[in-house]
Design a protein around this ligand. Sequence first.
Ligand code: SF4
Ligand code: SF4
Length: 365
Amino acid sequence: MLNETHKFDDCIDCKKCMSGCVMLHDFTTSPKTLLQNFKQNKPSSDISFSCATCNYCYSVCPSDISFKEVFKDAKIEHAKSDKILKSFGYKSVLFHQKHSFSKMFTAKTKFSIGEYKNMAFMPGCALSSYSPKLVHDIYSHLHFTMPGINILQQCCGQPTRIVGDINRFTQLYSKLSADINTMQIDTVITACENCYVSLKEFSPTINVVSLYDILAHVGIPKNKIGVYSTHKNVALHDPCPTRHENSLHVSVRKLLDKLGLNYEEFKNNREKTECCGSGGMLELTNPKLAIEQMNSRANQTSCDTIVSYCQSCAESMSRGGKNGVHILDLIFADNVIEGFSQKKNSVVKKWYNRYKSKKMIEKLC
Ligand code: SF4
Ligand code: SF4
């Protein structure tokens, strides 16, 4: 049984939560009945690990019910059993986390002079796996506009947290905290939306700023201003972890305007955005559902290209059948300007890219 704070009795069965959630459609025809069942019995591991933790349900619910919170508590309970965790792909999570926090794939470079020497840019796992050159170009631009800014390639531990293994997450996150302390930084600039929310929640004394807010403020490279004015319309997908960060939504739209790119909004956007299909480690815990959600989201627009500001979202939109692109590609990577599409990397190539990114960061010394 779960605790009382989940408002099990407040559901009016309007089904608004189901409209943007493939998972709820797959498991029920009545959220009210589902919630009543949860009053008596803990949600099964199958349904709990099928929740992408996107919180779309809460954003549209007239009764402020969050299935995300219900399933988050249930995942923590289920995660106490190694057997259950293993049946939801946890071996892959452990592999990912072990290497993400290893010396082989982490790096930090600290400068001792410059106005911004107390700040660090944190690209996040997905971006360094995608393109070390992009990480380099972003950092160069930041260093040019914000002298002395540092760089930290480290994971935020979100994969262990999201599947409910809180003990391991706490252990891993302490490594990130230790890095931040050693570097004596008080502000972290994140490119990844998961890093952004993790740092905000677990490092409350640190000032966490999104890269997109920073770029909207310091400006984009001059040679990219207006370069996409003749390109056909794209759609803009807002990532779900930062659905409540209004300033971030505004900044990203300002950046698209600076690029001269015409974009269309999804019907469900900003705080009501839907999951791209990669939330909650769904590709491991329920791969079939992940693909269903990717297809569902990608096909809610008639545009061929979908731009986002999360690398996982960009990849999900491509897997959903559209051309997923990161806004950072458009701002920094020369090759995308011609082809306007992302290079697809194998798993091995992604780890190699992370290693290259680490080496590049170490050379900055
Ligand atoms: S949106 Fe809220 S009130 Fe409506 S069915 Fe879903 S949980 Fe119930
Ligand atoms: S958090 Fe997202 S995936 Fe989970 S139930 Fe709510 S809308 Fe569905």
